[in-house]
Design a protein around this ligand. Structure first.
Ligand code: CP3
Length: 378
């Protein structure tokens, strides 16, 4: 098991000098997987690896509201490091933030209501409401706290693992801005697509423009990979996905790629929409994340040979005992082929009632089984 070495201790984050050059990276497995290089084992990280299932997160969060943590770089950094300190098996960190900081930068109020999730008190109702959104947003100013958290965290990690930055995909952000929170049917947001297609395209373009600037700024601040979350891609028909989600998700990647060059891998998660993978083959994304509703073998056929796949066990497998977790991991690794173009993850984020010990079983299973498989594949 790789040692994480000198990741900053709790409380030591405030003393970090962020003007120094970044420390050298000591574990580049996810970067090598994204580039399609041969691997000695599968790298692994987990969506929502920092979160309420961790007792250290709950005790820290008890003192602060969710968006206060997100907006305070030292707190966001501390929370990002918690899973890295606890699990030396993790091969990447992801900055503690939220996709909803982009609607906030556009001037919308978002509250995180305990037990309910995000709530927009004044969601967009008709195209007239687009006039309420801020114009010419300077992300370096409006979202400076995210970039500051990234720079601080990149130092505090001391090169132990690379740091992912992220953003919501335009369709998923549009859906939240209209629904005003979670929804079973997304009927309000989808109503816009049918009733107001032109206004929908205008909104999607404005979100895309802001997300391009935001992702580029995250790279300048120190993010080493980027992930775009399209959590509600699976709610759209294929025709609507092709009209309203795909063009903006791919435009986002192309523009970010043109600005940051080819060293920073770009990842995209069209949740629930594995049928979209063939349309992403020609996109600028290097990695495509899949959930558990598609087999690894089908995901590979759909995505083609040139994309790195990320995923995909059902997070609920972590409720099982260690042998069952190991068995599911074995099937998953065999399906993807652990020696190249694969990054292990779950098919969605951790749940608050997951047992942290069971995540350890999953991470250990990925390490031991993928190491054995990569060795025997030589
Ligand atoms: C849809 C979405 C959101 N946020 C995000 C997505 C895309 C991924 C996905 O599909 O889950 C992305 C996100 N949100 C969070 C991260 C942090 C990084 C990480 O993955 O560790 C990331 C990458 C922290 C968070 N974001 C949130 C929490 C829990 C809130 C808390 O601590 O009180 C965390 C740790 C809140 C949040 N934020 C959002 C929702 C729906 C919720 C409520 C979830 C819940 O109640 O379990 C919007």
């Amino acid at each position: 098991m790789a040692s994480v070495g000198r990741v900053a201790e709790p409380g030591a984050v405030e003393g970090i000098d962020v003007r120094r050059p970044f420390p050298p990276l000591r574990n580049d497995l996810v970067l090598r997987a994204a580039r399609g290089e041969r691997l000695e084992r599968s790298p692994v990280w987990i969506m929502r690896q920092a979160g309420r299932y961790l007792p250290e997160y709950r005790s820290g969060r008890a003192a602060h509201d969710f968006f206060t943590v997100v907006r305070t770089p030292a707190l966001a950094c501390e929370v990002t490091l918690q899973p890295i300190r606890r699990y030396p098996q993790l091969d990447a960190s992801i900055i503690f933030s939220d996709i909803l900081v982009v609607p906030q930068a556009l001037g919308m109020e978002v509250q995180m209501v305990p037990g309910k999730g995000p709530v927009f008190p004044e969601p967009l109702v008709t195209p007239d409401d687009l006039a309420r959104l801020a114009v010419d947003v300077d992300v370096d100013e409006a979202l400076a706290y995210v970039m500051d958290a990234i720079t601080l965290t990149r130092h505090a990690l001391d090169g132990a693992v690379p740091l992912y930055g992220f953003a919501g995909a335009p369709w998923t952000l549009m859906a939240y801005m209209i629904e005003g929170g979670g929804s079973k049917t997304l009927s309000k947001a989808k109503r816009w697509l049918y009733r107001y297609p032109d206004a929908s395209h205008r909104l999607l373009q404005r979100i895309t423009d802001l997300c391009v600037d935001f992702l580029v700024a995250q790279v300048k601040a120190g993010a080493q990979l980027l992930q775009v979350f399209d959590s509600w891609a699976g709610e759209l028909s294929p025709a609507q996905y092709q009209q309203f989600a795909l063009p903006y998700a791919t435009q986002l990647a192309a523009r970010v790629r043109a600005a940051v060059g080819s060293d920073v891998p770009l990842c995209y998660f069209p949740k629930g929409a594995a049928s979209a993978l063939p349309w992403l083959r020609s996109s600028a994304y290097d990695c495509l994340q899949v959930d558990w509703t598609v087999t690894p073998q089908d995901a590979r056929v759909l995505a083609g040979p040139e994309k790195t796949l990320q995923g995909n066990a059902d997070p609920c497998v972590l409720y099982a005992d260690e042998p069952a977790i190991r068995a599911v991991t074995q099937t998953m690794l065999e399906g993807f082929g652990p020696a190249s173009r694969y990054i292990a993850n779950l098919g969605h984020g951790m749940y608050p009632d997951h047992d942290p010990e069971h995540l350890g079983y999953y991470l250990n299973a990925v390490h031991t089984l993928s190491t054995e498989m990569c060795r025997s594949a030589l």
